[in-house]
Design a protein around this ligand. Structure first.
Ligand code: CTP
Length: 396
C-alpha cells in the first residue's frame, strides 16, 4: 500500500489522542498521512506529536503564506486518495454539511473531489441533537462514509453513543475505503453472529447474558477488510456496525436463527454469539404482577442451536466456525464440541484467564479435526484478524 495517501483532518475533541495512534498504525502499514490540525484540535494534541508520527508537516492555517507556497489548499484537498476526519466534531460535521469554508479543514472538505470518511466524536446529547441528525443525513446523502461512533462511557462523564470508534476500527475502514491490501475473500459471503440474545419473560423482563459482542464485531470487520461480503446478525450490544458490514439486529435466539437462515447462502459462517440455551416457555403479553406468596417458577424450554442448525442444514456454508468458552480441558472439550455441533473449527476461548470475559484481550486455540493451534494472548481485534487470515487460507 506504499503508494496510498490519506489526508487526516484532526478536529477538536478529547478523542484526538486516538488519532495519534491511528496515524502510527497507518504509517506502519505504509500509508502516507498528511495531517491537518484544526485550531480546536491543537488544544488536545500538539502539532509536533502529529508531525512526528505522520512524518510529514502539519497544516493548520488557511491563509498561511508558507503553507500556500508549499502546497495550496486546493492542491492539499486533492493530493490524497481519501480524506479522513477523526475526530469529526459536531462543528466539523455541521460545516461540511452546510458547505462552509471558513478555515483550512472546512475549505479542504469543500474543495476535495476525493472520498471522505468521518469518525464522529462528541457528547451524546450533541450526537442525538436534531441538528446533528440532519447533518449526518445530509453528509450520508452527499456520499460521506462514517465509522462509529461507539456507545460507552465518555470523557465528560456521560454514557451513550458519541465516543469515537477505536483506532483499529477506523484503520480497517480506511483500508477498506482505499481498496488496498489483499482482498482474498472478495466475492465470498460471510455470516457472523455476535452479542448476547435476550429472551423475553414479559414486556419488561428478559433472560440475557453479559456478552459485549466485541469479538464477533471484530471478526465481521476483519472479514470485511479481506473483501468478504459480511452479514452480522447481532443481539443487543452497545457497538456500532462496522463500516461495510450489513448488520441485522435481533433479540431472541429464534430471531437470530431466522435472520441467519435469511442471510444464506453463505460461504463462511462464524458463530460468536452467546446464545441463551434456554428461553421462558411462555412469554406473558402483560407485565407479570407480584401476587401474594411465592412467585411462580419460570418454566424454560431449549432454544434452537444456531451453530448446529447451520452446520447440518441443506445450505451449509463451506466453512462453519464455532466458539467455545472453556475453563478446563480445553482441547478435549473443544474436540467433543466439534462433533456435537458438526462444525469445521472451534475457536476455544480459555476463560480461566483473567479478563477474558468482557475485556479487550482473548487467549484462544483453534481446534479442527486436524489438530489444535494455540495462539498467544492477544487483543480481540488481533484474534479477529488472525482468524480472518486463517479463513482466507482455506479459500486460497
Ligand atoms: N451456539 C449457537 N446456538 C445456541 C448455543 C450456542 O449457535 N443455541 C453457538 C455459539 O455461538 C458458539 C457455540 O455454539 O459458537 C458455543 O456452544 P455452547 O454449546 O453454548 O458451548 P459453551 O458456551 O462453551 O457451553 P457448554 O460448554 O456449556 O456447552
Amino acid at each position: 500500500m506504499s503508494e496510498k495517501r490519506i489526508l487526516l483532518i484532526v478536529g477538536g475533541g478529547i478523542a484526538a489522542y486516538k488519532s495519534l495512534e491511528l496515524t502510527r498504525m497507518l504509517r506502519k502499514a505504509g500509508v502516507a498521512v498528511r495531517p491537518i490540525l484544526t485550531r480546536a484540535g491543537a488544544a488536545f494534541v500538539t502539532p509536533l506529536s502529529l508531525a512526528a508520527l505522520a512524518e510529514d508537516k502539519v497544516y493548520s492555517e488557511l491563509f498561511s503564506l508558507t503553507d500556500e507556497a508549499e502546497m495550496g489548499h486546493i492542491e492539499l484537498s486533492r493530493s490524497a486518495d481519501l480524506v479522513v476526519v477523526a475526530p469529526a466534531t459536531a462543528d466539523l460535521m455541521a460545516k461540511a454539511a452546510q458547505g462552509l469554508a471558513n478555515d483550512l479543514a472546512s475549505t479542504t472538505l469543500l474543495a476535495t473531489d476525493k472520498p471522505v470518511l468521518m469518525a464522529p466524536a462528541m457528547n451524546v446529547r450533541m450526537w442525538e441533537h436534531a441538528a446533528t441528525r440532519r447533518n449526518l443525513a445530509t453528509l450520508t446523502a452527499d456520499g460521506v462514509a462514517f465509522v462509529g461512533p461507539d456507545e460507552g462511557a465518555m470523557a465528560c462523564g456521560e454514557y451513550g453513543p458519541g465516543r469515537m470508534a477505536e483506532p483499529a476500527a477506523i484503520f480497517e475502514a480506511i483500508m477498506a475505503a482505499l481498496g488496498g491490501g489483499a482482498r482474498p475473500l472478495a466475492g465470498k459471503r460471510a455470516l457472523v453472529t455476535a452479542g448476547p440474545t435476550a429472551e423475553p419473560i414479559d414486556p419488561v423482563r428478559m433472560l440475557t447474558n453479559r456478552s459485549s459482542g466485541k469479538q464477533g464485531y471484530a471478526i465481521a470487520r476483519a472479514l470485511a477488510a479481506l473483501g468478504a461480503e459480511v452479514t452480522l446478525v447481532s443481539g443487543p450490544t452497545a457497538l456500532s456496525a462496522p463500516a461495510g458490514v450489513t448488520r441485522v439486529d435481533v433479540e431472541s435466539a429464534r430471531e437470530m436463527l431466522a435472520a441467519c437462515e435469511a442471510a444464506l447462502p453463505a460461504d463462511i459462517a462464524v458463530c460468536v454469539a452467546a446464545v441463551a440455551d434456554w428461553r421462558p416457555a411462555d412469554t406473558s403479553g402483560k407485565k407479570l404482577k407480584k401476587g401474594s406468596g411465592a412467585p411462580e417458577p419460570i418454566a424454560l424450554v431449549e432454544n434452537p442451536d444456531i451453530l448446529a442448525t447451520l452446520s447440518r442444514g441443506a445450505r451449509r456454508p463451506r466453512l462453519v466456525v464455532g466458539f467455545a468458552a472453556e475453563t478446563n480441558d480445553l482441547e478435549a472439550h473443544a474436540k467433543a464440541k466439534l462433533g456435537k455441533k458438526g462444525c469445521d473449527w472451534i475457536v476455544a476461548n480459555d476463560v480461566s484467564v483473567e479478563g477474558a470475559m468482557g475485556g479487550d484481550d482473548n487467549t484462544v486455540a483453534l481446534v479442527s479435526a486436524g489438530g489444535i493451534e494455540r495462539w498467544d494472548r492477544m487483543a480481540k481485534d488481533a484474534v479477529a484478524r488472525r482468524l480472518a487470515d486463517r479463513i482466507a487460507q482455506e479459500f486460497a
